[in-house]
Design a protein around this ligand. Structure first.
Ligand code: IPE
Ligand code: IPE
Ligand code: MG
Length: 231
């Protein structure tokens, strides 16, 4: 793969299509989620390879609680197992782990595993991987507003508002991509993606690989980001 000139600083991924990937094969939906974890591993390594500094993964939305408890618990089991893996990709490659979203409703041991991994990787800076868990763009905004209300703040600036969001330490995404062919945002980083370049590859998440990402990065080279100006 040829070296590219313009490398995005932050890519944010709406991992979609796990269920359909499994159903197409006559398998239960959770097999798709299991394969989805392998895709995360591939794309994290690809980000290192392409020298992308931040990669966010939308793993569980504030609306995903509507699914069956079987599916939800299956997803939790996979996340827990992934975070607890001994020889994990994050420690091995000096990758910092962060999360956005409200962790309270998750099982305690899952939260502990995540907090532990965040703590162990907090000084790493090769790449930051952000997991969005029980995350909703609207919820993020409303929680930020409530913080200001609780402090009796008036007349806040956009900058202050950005710093009140879960993504306060994370730059706005240059690329937001959603797999599976679905062309919607489904309540991901609503405020943060004001000027993100959007891509909707027609590939189910478990099949997504470094080559697919490279294709998107190649297309990104040709995008003319004007931010409202003239270029
Ligand atoms: C994305 O895949 C993973 C999560 C939302 C947790 P889906 O489970 O939404 O897969 P589809 O969209 O039903 O195929
Ligand atoms: C978005 O996918 C949420 C995640 C990828 C975690 P969904 O599959 O939940 O979105 P909808 O329901 O198709 O909009
Ligand atoms: Mg879906």
């Amino acid at each position: 793969m040829k070296k590219l000139q313009k490398i995005p600083y932050h890519i944010a991924i709406i991992m979609d299509g796990n269920g359909r990937w499994a159903t197409k094969r006559g398998l239960p939906r959770n097999y798709g989620h299991k394969e989805g974890i392998n895709a995360i591993e591939r794309i994290v390594l690809a980000c290192l390879n392409f020298d992308i500094k931040y990669c966010s993964f939308f793993a569980f939305s504030t609306e995903n609680w509507k699914r069956s408890s079987d599916e939800i618990n299956g997803i939790f089991d996979l996340i827990r197992e992934y975070l607890l893996k001994e020889d994990n990709i994050f420690l091995k490659n000096q990758i910092k782990v962060e999360s956005i979203g409200v962790l309270e409703p998750f099982p305690k041991d899952l939260v502990e595993a995540l907090v532990d991994l965040k703590e162990k990787t907090k000084n790493f800076n090769k790449l930051t991987v952000v997991f969005a868990l029980n995350y909703g763009g609207r919820d993020d905004i409303v929680r930020a507003v409530n913080k200001f209300l609780n402090e009796n703040k008036k007349d806040i600036t956009e900058k202050e508002f950005l710093l009140a969001l879960d993504t306060k330490d994370i730059p706005e995404p240059d690329i937001v991509l959603r797999t599976s062919g679905e062309m919607r945002i489904s309540n991901f980083m609503l405020y943060q993606m004001a000027y993100s370049e959007l891509f909707f590859p027609k590939i189910y998440w478990p099949d997504f690989n470094e080559k697919h990402l490279y294709k998107i990065l190649k297309k990104y080279q040709k995008r003319n980001r004007r931010f409202g100006g003239i270029k």
